[in-house]
Design a protein around this ligand. Structure first.
Ligand SMILES: Cc1cc2nc3c(=O)[nH]c(=O)nc-3n(C[C@H](O)[C@H](O)[C@H](O)COP(=O)(O)OP(=O)(O)OC[C@H]3O[C@@H](n4cnc5c(N)ncnc54)[C@H](O)[C@@H]3O)c2cc1C
Length: 404
């Protein structure tokens, strides 16, 4: 078993680490300052476009997409350590490299399931980083972790489909440059097969009847750099029938295909967040004294640091194994491991961030350090892309099947 990264990964890692030092970390403060000056906090600060241009020039672009026709053609195992590095600055680096959710998942859906016309109209500008996109599945009225509950209707009317429904926590949708929504709804709500009732359809933001109603908060944060998480209402929204992705009834299967890679990308970035937390925790602990000695000399703090290091090493190995399985036996074959990392990573990283907050004292919960915001972001991943309990249930069922 070889634990070393291959030559291409090492070369990209070196370039990406240099890009982070030279461009991304210095831009974090600039982004805050520029956003405060914008007419609307949902607009894009100039520094983000500058970062994107620089990343593209350096060939650090669309690294997430394994398809070499549209993306960088990296395997999951090659991309994993790169995504981890971007997770150290999750508000800026993924966007700079055109590797940010939800666009990544949406581009994967379009690359895999869209027809040529849909690809030309939406995939090409997304790959070029000219527009942003959103994925609209979750609904406030129903338990949306069970996609069979979705109530939004997509009804055929002549050459059009008409969409009615209410969604929330639609990431990215507050950004006015989010031009396209992939909407999940039911075309056949009474169909016998509950997994064939759903379809996905492309809804341009400027279609009459689309109402981006409000920004939902995350523990009080509005997540401006992610384009927020909007409540969006569709009132008799009419789009051409050609906007349907794939065929009627394929929405459930597309959602499953979309979430596999998305889950591992989140976990890779979470490990990067944890690395940043450990670094901040150590720097703070060696630089402040309490009761006559450096905080770093307290045994309890050393235990937190040691435990955090052990946990990160364990998580990284499991994430890399999962990436390798996805490359070798496919997403379906890696199902158990994808669920295992999705359960293990947010939970552990939330705990590491919590300890880093503690070491920082009041500073830890303040706006002067990124820890509080990182904690909130990591905590949401125990819910988003499927709550832990749903993954635990399904993983346990597969495990139990071997004994009954
Ligand atoms: C920051 C953020 C960003 C998001 N971005 C998007 C987005 O871009 N697009 C989108 O469509 N959605 C998005 N979501 C929504 C997210 O995917 C949903 O919140 C998630 O799927 C859970 O659905 P729900 O909120 O309806 O919870 P529910 O389905 O109501 O579940 C609530 C709880 O019930 C329990 N539960 C449910 N099922 C089971 C089970 N089988 N066994 C045991 N317990 C169970 C779990 O504890 C679960 O957390 C986002 C959410 C957040 C917080």
């Amino acid at each position: 078993m070889d634990f070393a990264f291959d030559a291409r990964t090492e070369e990209l890692r070196a370039r990406l680490l240099a890009f982070m030092d030279e461009h991304v970390y210095p831009a974090e403060q600039i982004e805050h300052e520029q956003r405060a000056q914008l007419a609307s906090p949902w607009d894009t600060p100039a520094i983000i476009e500058e970062l994107k241009a620089e990343a593209r020039k350096q060939g650090l672009w669309n690294l997430f997409l394994p398809d070499s026709e549209h993306g960088a053609g990296l395997t999951n195992l090659q991309y994993a350590p790169l995504a981890e590095i971007t997770g150290r600055s999750p508000n800026l680096a993924p966007t700079a490299l055109n590797c940010a959710a939800p666009d990544t998942g949406n581009m994967e859906v379009l690359a895999q399931f869209a027809d040529d016309e849909q690809k030309k109209q939406w995939l090409e500008p997304l790959l070029a980083g000219e527009i942003r996109s959103a994925f609209a599945m979750t609904e406030p009225e129903v338990a949306s972790s069970d996609a069979t509950n979705i109530r939004t209707r997509i009804e055929r009317d002549g050459d059009d489909y008409v969409i009615n429904g209410r969604k929330w926590y639609i990431s990215g949708a507050m950004n006015p440059n989010c031009r396209i929504f992939i909407v999940m709804g039911k075309t056949d709500p009474d169909g016998e097969d509950v997994r064939r009732q759903q379809s996905m359809i492309l809804v341009p933001r400027d279609t009459p009847g689309v109402e981006v109603r409000r920004a939902m908060q995350v523990y009080g944060y509005e997540d401006h750099s992610h384009g927020g998480h909007a409540e969006v209402v569709f009132h008799d929204v009419r789009v051409p029938a050609s906007n349907l992705i794939d065929e009627e009834g394929s929405g459930f299967a597309i959602a499953q295909a979309r979430l596999g890679p998305g889950r591992i990308h989140h976990c890779m970035r979470l490990i990067g967040m944890a690395e940043r937390a450990i670094e901040l925790m150590c720097r703070r602990a060696v630089s402040r004294e309490a009761f006559g000695k450096a905080i770093a000399q307290q045994g309890v703090v050393q235990n937190w640091i040691a435990d955090a290091r052990v946990t990160v090493e364990q998580l990284r190995l499991l994430v890399l194994k999962t990436a390798w399985l996805m490359d070798t036996v496919g997403n379906r074959g890696a199902h158990t491991e994808i669920q295992a990392i999705k359960i293990a990573t947010p939970r552990a990283v939330v705990d590491i961030l919590d300890k880093a907050v503690q070491v920082h004292g009041a500073g830890g919960v303040s706006q002067d350090f990124p820890l509080a915001e990182l904690w909130a972001a990591a905590r949401t991943l125990k819910l988003a892309d499927g709550p832990d309990e749903v993954h635990q249930r399904s993983l346990a069922r597969r495990e139990l099947k071997r004994y009954v």
